[in-house]
Ligand binder design. Structure first.
Ligand code: MRU
Length: 344
């Protein structure tokens, strides 16, 4: 299964809006279409959004191969802008755009042909690296998972949220591959149901035992001693370790602390935003109220009701037992330990 792939000069994405009922790819030909696909949740999950945006820039370069340099440059600037405006929280999006921008700056003196080839090669590299990074995180994180562990996860931080293997689900996959007999509790993840639709689907496909729970069952399950460890992904981690992830993650972290259950974040270094001192400055996306008042055209809430729909919340670093990265596990992350990860 490839969450995203480059085929015949087009970017193809698994249409995650239709899973698990239908499995099909949609194609993007322009940066604007790619930005729409990110905004509309055809593709979602922080690392997958970053990889997709990189390909979005590459698409625009391919489209303007024969154009005069000024027109080529303008098309690229436009692609950076439309992609950056697609979703605000996952920092991997901006990280990937920045890498593409740096490549553009380096290649500007040469031909548009050479630059378009370099941009496509970099997008491919970002996606290939993502899979390797997830495998490294998986190896480090699997050591934290005991044989027989019952692992709770929230949202989808799986292969579908990355270029492959997954972050939190990557740890789970690697633990299974290491021979551990594990089982997973997938929180449904209201309102968009990434847990019920995507995490449950990925795990069922791979015969990893998974039980679906609605979000409001988390406290009860922990109180009953049915959860041994929690592993989730992240959309943006501030310099002090405060972590934005799917709405509901904070609730799970507070409950984990109450029940003394280890709570881990699995995320690549590209999800860490050193420019943001703490979680209070992380931009939180507000999504369409229709995601809360109904689903796929079925409405259950009365017309006229006002609605909250923040897509993410922030878990303070103090509630995080460890941050699983490609460079290893940081126990009890804080500003100093995170700086050290980057060699500062
Ligand atoms: O709104 P989404 O589905 O893009 O949110 C995704 C999450 O919150 C994931 O947990 C996070 O991106 C980590 S993905 C490896």
């Amino acid at each position: 299964m490839e969450t995203l792939r480059w085929r015949d000069g087009r970017l193809e994405l698994i249409d995650q809006r239709r899973l698990p009922l239908e499995f099909e790819y949609v194609a993007c030909d322009t940066a604007a279409q790619t930005a729409d696909a990110i905004r509309d949740m055809v593709v979602r999950g922080a690392p997958a959004i970053g990889c997709t945006a990189a390909y979005g820039v590459a698409l625009e370069a391919q489209r303007h191969l024969q154009a005069p340099r000024a027109q080529f440059d303008a098309a690229l600037e436009h692609s950076f802008a439309v992609l950056a405006a697609s979703r605000p929280t996952a920092v991997n999006l901006f990280w990937a755009i920045e890498r593409m921008r740096q490549c553009h700056a380096q290649m500007r003196g040469g031909t548009t042909l050479a630059e378009a080839a370099a941009l496509l090669e970099l997008a491919r590299q970002i996606a290939a690296d993502d899979v390797e990074i997830n495998r490294a995180m998986g190896r480090h994180g699997a050591k934290l998972i005991a044989d027989g562990a019952r692992i709770m996860t929230h949202c989808n931080a799986g292969a579908l949220a990355t270029a492959g293997h997954g972050t939190a689900l990557g740890v789970i996959r690697s633990a299974r591959d290491a021979g551990k007999r594990i089982s997973v509790i997938a929180n449904e993840t209201r309102p968009y149901l990434q847990g019920a639709r995507l995490t449950a689907w990925e795990l069922v496909q791979e015969n990893i035992p998974v039980t679906l729970a609605t979000d409001n069952m988390a406290g009860h399950l922990m109180q009953q001693g049915r959860v041994d460890v929690i592993v989730v992904g992240a959309d943006r981690i501030a310099a002090n370790g405060d972590t934005a992830n799917k709405i509901g993650t904070y609730t799970v972290a507070v409950l984990a602390e109450r029940h003394r259950i280890p709570f881990y974040i699995a995320a690549p270094l590209s999800t860490i935003d050193l420019a943001i001192a703490d979680g209070s400055a992380i931009p939180i996306e507000e999504r369409d109220p229709a995601e809360v008042t109904g689903f796929r055209g079925l409405r259950w809430a009365p017309e006229g009701v006002s609605v909250f729909n923040p897509a993410f919340d922030v878990t303070p670093a103090a509630l995080i037992s460890g941050l699983i990265t490609e460079k290893g596990v940081i126990e009890r992350p804080d500003a100093g330990k995170i700086r050290a990860l980057f060699g500062n």
